[in-house]
Design a protein around this ligand. Structure first.
Ligand code: TGC
Ligand code: FAD
Length: 386
């Protein structure tokens, strides 16, 4: 198969046969089963739930499990995220939340019983999970969360509100982060627990094919067995974010590639002033800038993956890659929209959809500027957050 992402510097030669196979298998799935149905899902503002069993069959939902997952390397997993986001950011988002955030939280910080109960079901798509960290008044600064966990005998009582939670209304289990005095804990809260409610947020112009919900916890009682025993500080949810941000750094390449391909093809066929617009210097400059950013993003992501495989990856390196690759994907989508002229705004082409989605991707999992501050602190040793 001809890979859909451009490969100007021969990245293909740096991939293993298994990594190419994973990318091509998921790429074909995206071409045949995702891209044809996404525009309708976006118009209707709903997540295309019929994809869940297929994502599970392809081994994508359990791909980051230690031990018994699909056995993908970090680069292989990244390429899978790239292909999913070439389809739509909402599909990659579903996989990131289910596979990187929820599965990782339970795998890394859960008890044996929690792992046995939830991990096979999440990997098979029989259960859906969500990861509830953000609140109405605590976004970039989750340490300011107001959701409280109070000990009551052998139970915990949770109260608070979580907002902007991907998969929130579909989820069978929510990983809810809450403050207990000076510490932070994660709890597995099941749908239907008394006092626990989810409501899907409406009015989004971005991520329309994703379920984004508000969760309300009104004195929700859960047993001690629902607490993730290994999660005892903010380090736990923040390390889950590192896993998901890694996938986003790759996913952004997929969205950018889709926009670049459309813009390049359009530029070679659309004629204005008696020549294809790709023959005008200003349009060429945009195409070159797109390719330049995609190529830089690919090399960054590839090296990030190999560092991850070596166990040498630092969260700050993930921040730099998420920041760079998403910002460039957003720039590419905007430039592609421009190259398509009026055609850039209709859903006959995927460009505006990617552009709108990327406005979310640049904000969630740490905004562009928060990652600037993470790397800035790493460079100087000085925190500029507050
Ligand atoms: P800080 O004092 O810096 O750190 C507390 C402890 O955590 C450790 N740590 C990390 N560990 C692993 N990975 C990371 N990225 C980490 N960042 C920090 C740190 O070493 C420390 O450990 P220890 O042992 O010393 O206690 O914490 P802070 O409260 O000052 O926060 C720093 C800041 C601002 C960078 C952090 O709050 C942050 O990342 N804010 C952004 C919030 C965010 O990204 N939220 C995302 C919500 S989930 C989401 O958006 C899902 S979207 C759906 C999808 O993915 O598709
Ligand atoms: P704020 O933190 O209020 O930031 C607003 C602006 O202020 C930004 O430009 C920011 O960069 C800037 N800013 C903030 N602090 C500083 C500072 N110290 N210095 C300089 N500038 C600063 N969260 C979850 O927990 N789970 C999910 O599944 C999830 N899914 C999401 C899905 C969607 C579609 C969206 C849009 C969001 C989702 N989020 C989720 C929430 C997301 O992580 C937050 O929106 C994000 O962390 C930013 O928080 P905020 O929106 O409250 O913005």
């Amino acid at each position: 198969m001809d890979p859909a992402a451009p490969d100007y510097y021969g990245l293909e030669g740096l991939l293993t046969a298994e990594e190419r196979l994973a990318r091509d298998t998921v790429g074909e799935f995206v071409d045949r089963e995702v891209i044809p149905i996404v525009p309708a899902a976006v118009r209707e503002g709903r997540f295309p739930r019929q994809l869940v069993p297929r994502l599970a069959e392809l081994g994508i939902l359990g791909a980051r499990l230690r031990g018994d997952g699909a056995g993908l390397s970090a680069v292989g997993y990244g390429l899978v995220m790239q292909e999913l986001e070439r389809g739509d950011s909402a599909v990659r988002s579903f996989a990131s939340v289910q596979g990187a955030l929820v599965t990782h939280a339970i795998d890394a910080f859960g008890s044996d019983e929690q792992r046995e109960r939830w991990l096979p079901a999440l990997a098979a798509g029989r259960s859906i999970g969500c990861f509830a960290l953000t609140e109405p008044d605590a976004g970039s600064n989750p340490a300011a969360m107001r959701t409280r966990a109070k000990r009551d005998g052998g139970d915990w009582v949770l109260s608070g509100t979580k907002r902007w939670i991907t998969n929130g209304s579909m989820a069978d289990v929510a990983v809810v982060w809450a403050r207990a005095g000076e510490t932070f804990h994660g709890f597995l809260v099941e749908a239907g627990a008394p006092g626990f409610q989810s409501s899907e947020m409406t009015g989004k112009w971005s991520m329309r094919a994703s379920d984004t919900s508000e969760l309300s916890l009104a004195d929700v009682r859960v047993p001690e067995a629902a607490r993730l025993p290994g999660a005892t500080s903010l380090r736990a949810p923040l390390s889950c974010l590192t896993e998901a941000r890694y996938g986003i750094a790759w996913g952004a390449i997929g969205a950018a590639s889709a926009c670049y391909r459309v813009a390049r093809d359009y530029a070679t066929t659309r004629v204005q002033f008696d020549r294809p617009i790709g023959g005008h210097q200003l349009v060429q400059a945009k195409l070159v800038e797109m390719l330049s950013g995609i190529t830089t993003s690919q090399l960054l992501a590839w090296r990030l993956g190999r560092l991850k495989e070596e166990g040498a990856l630092r969260p700050q390196q993930v921040s730099l890659a998420k920041r760079h690759n998403v910002a460039h994907a957003l720039w590419t989508a905007r430039a592609a929209r421009d190259v398509l002229g009026a055609n850039g705004i209709v859903d006959e082409y995927p460009v505006f959809r990617h552009l709108a989605n990327l406005e979310t991707v640049v904000t969630y999992e740490g905004t562009h500027d928060i990652h600037t501050l993470v790397v800035g602190q790493d460079l100087t040793g000085l925190s500029a957050f507050a």
